[in-house]
Design a binder for this molecule. Structure first.
Ligand code: ADP
Length: 441
């Protein structure tokens, strides 16, 4: 098309709209393209007295992809440059720019065609050309009337959108109010919960302080009472021994039996008092380990010797294995021997057939000293309870004991920087394992 006089602007605009419609642009996009086209056409007419306008449809097999319009000025543009007067014009199309084509500056614009547009066959294109050739362009007045109609339609659409926006806004505000209410409620609940938690913590602190005080006074009480009891009990043992002595006046058989009973009971009592004293000492933190390089072979050898004498049950064998080299651990020799003796003693006490075995293993920088037996074992639910003071598995009391040995042993092992754990299968046996850092606590 040629753009030479003012009237041509209308024709270009009208043709632009018709081509856009024929190619498949939506109504609004037709108007946008036509408007941008007439704006640029007016500009070029003013700047360089006209242009040649070409419409190009970019096609692909599945249909038109975009519609491009080139406006080649009849005379070079002043300064060889073109800038659309207002950014609004550029926004009406997808692309609007001045490009260099064969040395001349051409203004080109394009707009994408929606994917659902009808495919453009060569026949349809030929038809389109013929159609455009037939329809005589209307007058400027016709075009003005048409533009007016389009303007009114656009205004209507804007109004509709504005109304929709107002509704949306209202809804948004409503949602906002809801969210705010929910937020306030939540933060109030959170604050309340927080206050509860803080109060609970304060109560917990208070309770644990009370517990600490109670535990301290219990230890103090135990230590004092045991200490006070030791002297008279030792006196009773000494006196009963004196009474039974052959150098004293002879006793009747019945008297001798009764004095024997007094001495046995007093000996048991002394053992209990000593254990209580030990435990109280360990609990009060007054037990200070004497750290030395302990020779495990010597400790094991000594225990083997002293406990063999105790193994009086015919079906039970005591096996103390030789600790592997280097067989040394930084610890307190007396305390460690006391713990192991206790465990061996228990093993022998609660085993009727099989063996009680002690062995040492050095693994991951720790000594694993285990005492295992083939005795009655401990039910799973009681495995931690037997480490509580005075607790004895029901039925095991008939073999004697106080229920203080294991809690004491565990305290001592902790003091030595280690752990004392039990693995057991009821009816098959138990394994108590002391682990100690090889280099000391
Ligand atoms: P005591 O042996 O003086 O009763 P302990 O604290 O040494 O006290 O042991 C507590 C309880 O744990 C024992 O009464 C017994 O019921 C159980 N127990 C300890 N060692 C063994 C073991 N080797 N096999 C089975 N039960 C055991």
């Amino acid at each position: 098309m040629r753009l030479r006089v003012e009237h041509d602007i209308f024709v270009v605009r009208q043709r632009g709209r018709e081509v856009a419609a024929a190619i498949g642009l939506e109504h609004q996009d037709q108007v946008r393209l036509a408007t941008a086209l007439s704006e640029v056409a007016r500009e070029l007419l003013r700047l360089c007295g006209g242009a040649d306008v070409t419409f190009t449809a970019a096609l692909q097999t599945q249909g038109p992809v975009s519609l491009r319009v080139d406006l080649a000025p009849v005379r070079p543009l002043p300064d060889g440059r073109y800038e659309p007067q207002s950014g609004a014009v550029a926004r009406l199309v997808d692309m609007l720019s001045a490009v260099d084509r064969d040395g001349d500056t051409v203004v080109t614009m394009s707009r994408r065609v929606p994917a659902n547009a009808q495919a453009l066959t060569p026949e349809r294109l030929a038809e389109l050309r013929a159609e455009l050739g037939r329809t005589a362009p209307g007058s400027a007045l016709d075009e003005l009337a048409l533009q007016n109609q389009q303007l009114i339609a656009a205004l209507d659409e804007v109004r509709e959108q504005r109304d929709e926006l107002a509704v949306l806004n209202e809804e948004l505000q409503e949602t906002n109010r809801g969210v705010m209410a929910l937020y306030n409620q939540l933060s109030e609940e959170l604050e309340e919960t927080n206050r509860g938690v803080v109060a609970l913590y304060a109560e917990l602190d208070e309770k644990s302080a009370q517990l600490r005080t109670a535990s301290e006074s219990k230890s103090r009480f135990l230590a004092n009472v045991s200490h006070e009891l030791r002297a008279p009990v030792t006196a009773i043992i000494g006196l009963s021994r004196l009474l039974a002595d052959s150098a004293s006046d002879p006793l009747t058989a019945e008297q001798a039996r009764q004095v024997g009973l007094i001495r046995d009971s007093a000996t048991d009592l002394l053992a209990l008092v000593n254990e209580l004293l030990d435990l109280a000492k360990a609990e009060s933190g007054r037990l200070e380990p004497n750290w030395v390089e302990v020779d495990l072979r010597a400790v094991f050898g000594q225990l083997r010797g002293t406990l063999r004498a105790l193994t009086t049950k015919p079906g039970v064998e005591l096996v103390v294995e030789e600790p592997p080299p280097p067989a040394t651990v930084r610890s307190d020799e007396v305390l460690l021997a006391q713990v192991l003796r206790n465990l061996l003693h228990n093993g022998l006490k609660f085993t009727e057939r099989g063996e009680v075995r002690m062995r040492a293993e050095l693994r991951d920088g720790r000594w694993w000293l285990s005492v295992s037996d083939t005795g009655v074992g401990v039910p799973p639910e009681l495995r931690e309870r037997i480490f509580e003071e005075f607790y004895q598995v029901p039925g095991s009391t008939r073999v004697g004991g106080t229920g203080l040995g294991l809690p004491y042993a565990r305290r001592v092992v902790h003091l030595l920087g280690g752990t004392l754990e039990l693995a057991s299968e009821p009816g098959r046996g138990s394994t108590f394992t002391v682990t100690l850092p090889a280099g000391g606590a």
